[in-house]
Write a protein that binds this ligand. Sequence first.
Ligand code: HEM
Length: 385
Amino acid sequence: MKRLTQYSASIRSWLAGRYDIGAVEAFAEEQAHKPLPTHVGFWHTFGSLSLFLFLNQVVTGILLMIYYRPTVDTAFESVRFIITKAHFGWLIRGLHAWGATLMILCVLCHMLRTYFMGAYKKPREVTWILGVLIFGCTVTFGFTGYLLPWSQLSYWATVVGTEITGVIPFFGGYLKTLLRGGEGITGETLARFYVLHVVVLPWALTAFIAVHLFLMRVQGLATLERVGEEKPIPKGVGIPFFPHHVLKEGIVFCLLVAVLLTLIVGWPIELGEKANPLSTPVGIKPEWYFLPTYQLLKYFPKMIGLLVSLVPPLLLLLWPFLDRSPERHPKKRRVAVAIGITALALAIVFGVLGHISESTRSFRGQKYEFDMYSVPHRVQPGTHP
Ligand code: HEM
């Protein structure tokens, strides 16, 4: 420890002899000891957890690229090689695949936290809008990444997922062809999704996150005071960022790593069979975060369904300008809180309906077949299925 202190002191004096590091040190010192609002607790750790998971995706993604080959003939085999033969390949792929799911969960929790605490209100509207764009990029990451293993599930989920763009009037057909790189899902689609997944989205997300964090640091975290009545937090009153909040983040970070490793070892994500464009498997479903939209689309004619499914993201984007009340405290924003809870409940209900639709399940010894609208039908014993 003593040696470490000596080394860092020598590095510091080497740098100080060449650069004006005083300003940088003062800035770091100020940021580290910035007092945070007194309501800051564990809910405020989801932003950093999302950041950690994003970094995890970048590092494990780069490692996966060493062996992954994005062509129709090699994609599936290269992933199989990674998980069966490459050193710790199963772990790297597990960290990437489960990391994606946990990242979406953490981003969702962070979004709910900022929504319920009214943190999107003036002057943080742009931080919120960037957040919505970040969320869009995150799920697009999931969508493009799902095709890359070129398995039956990933192939057919992409067939269904890209089909919907064709419904858009006037330029829908063009958009679908642009996305697929032709009429069907082929090697062209795989190449496009790969470029989006490893070049376009990572850079876009990095830029959005950088500005998001910059704004958060410059404006500070929102208090629960009314808009326009926020007072600066005096030193000694708020929670010090270091070590108090950093310690809280450390605890949650360790828990997250434990959950991630448990999921990787206990529930490894199966690769399944290689894509076969000639055989459509039954019960093709998108990833869990698309299930609510997938189910919602079934209850409307295609065009109307598309318009209806565009309403939630648009509302999210414009929300800071639609909610004009100056209150931030959840107890004083009963309508906004009720809207948030209803939206969350609807997403969960549609997600569950999407999950059980087109499947057969047993309940108290009786078999039920759920149709595409998730309406259960009793299966008479001895009949199909
Ligand atoms: C990878 C994704 C994201 C990362 C890494 C990230 C990171 C962060 C961090 C570290 C903070 C400060 C601590 C905290 O409040 O947790 C923060 C604040 C904030 N974030 Fe995010 N965020 C992400 C996505 C989002 C999304 C999807 C939204 C909403 C749509 C959002 C909206 C906000 C807002 C409004 C604040 C200010 C909170 C306040 O002042 O109390 N963020 N973000």
